[in-house]
Write a protein of this length. Structure first.
Length: 179
């Protein structure tokens, strides 16, 4: 994995010395779909975050995969979205092969994508997820009612991360996919 220079760009320690993290390519698609199926099951397509990604390609300059010895064991997609009237990114799905969970792989993938997004000039990332997990990556809970997502979602799970200080100030309205 590439180490960035600033303190906020440091990647977490991973409990797998042979782990390789690289940018995702379209050729990774079939393996990622199988991984998502094993991790999340068929009900994943009804979730609000999947609705935002539907029909929109992931940004391959920001999305990453993790592998060991050529076997894909984790993936994180970054998808362009609109948050109110500003451009943003949707993080996820962040998926790790069940046998390799709790070793820092998901956190390393997400941090790597966030670092790339920051370096590319992006300012704001949104996700639907567990605040205790994502808070250590800089995510905060969006104030209830401030953002409207396409479909039902627990407001406590709508999280944002400012890649540029103050990027969330004044943000409100609908979160939409970019078509």
């Amino acid at each position: 994995m590439t180490q960035a220079s600033s303190e906020s760009d440091k990647l977490p320690e991973v409990d797998l010395p042979a782990l390789s993290v690289r940018l995702m390519t379209p050729a990774d698609g079939p393996a990622i779909r199988k991984l998502d199926e094993r991790a999340f099951g068929p009900g994943r397509f009804t979730r609000t975050a999947y609705r935002l990604r539907e029909g929109v390609a992931a940004d391959y300059k920001l999305s990453c995969v993790a592998s060991i010895g050529g076997m894909l064991i984790g993936a994180n997609l970054m998808t362009p979205i609109r948050i109110g009237d500003k451009p943003g990114l949707l993080l996820g799905p962040l998926t790790v092969e069940p046998a390799f969970r709790s070793r820092g792989i998901g956190e390393a993938l997400a941090q790597h994508s966030l670092n790339l997004a920051r370096q590319s000039g992006h300012e704001l990332v949104l996700l639907v997820g567990d605040e205790p997990y994502y808070a250590r990556l800089g995510f905060k809970r969006s104030p209830a009612g401030r953002l409207q997502l396409p479909g039902p979602v627990d407001p406590a799970r709508v999280l944002y991360c400012e890649l540029k200080e103050g990027a969330f100030e004044g943000i409100k309205g609908s979160v939409k996919r970019i078509s």
